[in-house]
Write a protein that binds this ligand. Structure first.
Ligand SMILES: Cc1cc2nc3c(=O)[nH]c(=O)nc-3n(C[C@H](O)[C@H](O)[C@H](O)COP(=O)(O)OP(=O)(O)OC[C@H]3O[C@@H](n4cnc5c(N)ncnc54)[C@H](O)[C@@H]3O)c2cc1C
Length: 455
């Protein structure tokens, strides 16, 4: 019986339960829909990466992938009818928009007598499955992590019993042009690139991950984010190869953050746009107006005068990626030093990050702002100078991304104001006094919390 396999965030052929289910029931028509609702607002980096990933998938399908542009509620049934399919197979989508879209597509298909079959998800454990004993959801990561490990996950999915028979009953649409990446070079995309990256990290990075993962000056993390985002590799494939050593244990915990944020977003779909504690959005006295806009631009362009923050924001624009430690520091700076809402920063990240993922990004920002999951300690405020000195101890990261400071040796790159020649190459002075803004932020958050508890 012919089927359609609608690829979304699962752009791989191995360890793909939806593919196995489709192929075991007959010839498979592979489809990807470029949905303008998702495509149009995406930044150039994510668009370009997705196109590269689709190219790689298409090559693995010997050019048989049908890529169509338009509304999935129209296109998926149209392709299913052309394929004479009795079922459309997918991996479940747990995003806010994806869920509604899937319900709508499934309804249209049902009216045409075509089954909707969802098998698997982009996560080791599907959102909603890890619960407290009373069935309610976790809002704090550490107990979630324990329950997630106790719940356990399936082994990687078996390949289909026989090699899938791919077929394309109709032609696809012309692919969109790759957007201008303004000098950013993307890493190789696709399933093989993802497996190679994981293999390389497993053999040469995992053992030292615990020690090196907080050091943006070193290549200490896996850089698998974009591969996971598009399902070029499934977290289950990774988890199956982790051991009991410290590096593996720490890496498992990082994979679990991704699962935790997907779970929280599944239960609170609006939390990808508004604070999990929504009252904070209106209760905090955020800066606004022309000065706030200038401050935002200085932050976005990496011209705050704080070397570690500026290096991070410039890495983002140079590579479409930023190290996790620096993501936390630049996010804290925007929210706590410049008093701007986390959503502004989250949008900027989504514009540039190649691993931009709505759940991990929105909740990474809320964790830093103190209005999301975790015990939400809003008084956690990163010191942009001491963070730099601690996690970039020789100043290499700052010098790599901030050429105006490249002449300053060692850790002195973090404190140009203390160096005789610190401003020789036009680096800006610090735009704020961190100690003062820290006090101001604590006041604003305390006032907001008080007004929220009163209401
Ligand atoms: C403000 C902010 C915004 C963020 N935005 C995103 C985003 O849009 N997309 C994204 O994938 N991650 C995001 N993160 C989490 C984290 O920074 C990235 O996953 C990580 O830097 C990616 O690099 P890596 O693959 O080398 O990570 P590694 O350290 O090698 O971790 C392996 C994988 O674990 C997952 N992971 C690790 N840390 C986290 C975390 N804190 N939250 C969720 N998943 C995690 C990722 O899938 C990552 O690829 C954000 C963090 C912050 C503080």
């Amino acid at each position: 019986m012919p089927t359609v396999l609608w690829f979304r965030r699962d752009l791989r052929l191995h360890d793909n339960p939806a593919l196995t289910a489709a192929a075991n029931s007959g010839p498979v028509c592979p489809l990807f829909v470029l949905d303008p609702h998702v495509w149009e607002p995406a930044g150039a980096v994510r668009k370009a990466y997705l196109l590269e990933s689709l190219k790689a998938l298409n090559a693995n399908l010997d050019g048989g992938l049908i890529v169509r542009v338009g509304d999935p509620t129209v296109i998926v049934p149209e392709v299913a009818r052309a394929a004479d399919a009795k079922a459309v197979h997918v991996a479940a989508d747990y995003g806010h928009y994806g869920r509604t879209r899937d319900t709508n597509v499934a309804q249209v298909l049902a009216a045409a007598g075509i089954n909707w079959v969802a098998t698997g998800s982009p996560y080791a454990i599907a959102p909603g499955r890890v619960t407290k004993a009373d069935g309610s959801a976790y809002r704090v990561y550490t107990p979630f992590y324990r329950a997630w490990v106790n719940h356990g996950w399936r082994a990687p999915a078996a390949d289909p019993a026989t090699a899938p028979q791919w077929f394309a009953p109709l032609a696809g649409d012309p692919w969109p042009q790759t957007p201008d990446l303004m000098g950013i070079t993307l890493p190789p995309a696709g399933e093989q690139a993802a497996l190679d990256r994981w293999d390389a990290f497993r053999h040469s990075g995992l053992a030292e991950y615990e020690e090196r993962r907080n050091r943006p000056d070193l290549a200490g993390t896996s850089v698998l984010g974009h591969h996971l985002k598009w399902g070029e590799i499934h977290p289950r494939t990774i988890l199956a190869e982790l051991g009991d050593d410290l590096g593996s244990e720490t890496f498992r915990k990082e994979i679990a953050w991704r699962e935790f944020y997907a779970d929280v977003t599944d239960r609170h779909p609006l939390s990808s746009r508004v604070s999990l504690d929504q009252r904070f959005d209106t209760a905090i006295d955020w800066n606004s107006g022309a000065e706030a806009e200038d401050a935002f631009q200085a932050w976005a362009l990496g011209r705050t005068g704080f070397p570690f923050v500026d290096a991070g924001m410039r890495q983002l624009r140079a590579e479409g990626w930023m190290h996790n430690r620096v993501r936390m520091v630049v996010a804290s700076f925007l929210v706590k030093d410049l008093h701007l809402p986390w959503q502004r920063g989250a949008n900027e990240f989504m514009r540039w990050l190649r691993d931009g993922d709505i759940a991990s990004n929105s909740h990474g920002w809320q964790w830093t702002a103190g209005c999301g999951t975790d015990a939400s300690p809003y008084h956690r405020i990163f010191n942009p100078i001491s963070q730099g000195e601690r996690f970039d101890p020789d100043g290499d990261y700052v010098r790599r991304y901030v050429p105006e400071l490249a002449h300053l040796p060692g850790k002195s790159a973090h404190t140009p104001w203390l160096q005789a020649e610190g401003y020789r190459h036009g680096y800006p002075q610090p735009m704020v006094d961190h100690a003062e803004e820290r006090r101001d932020a604590l006041d604003r958050f305390a006032r907001a919390k008080a007004s929220v508890s009163d209401s």
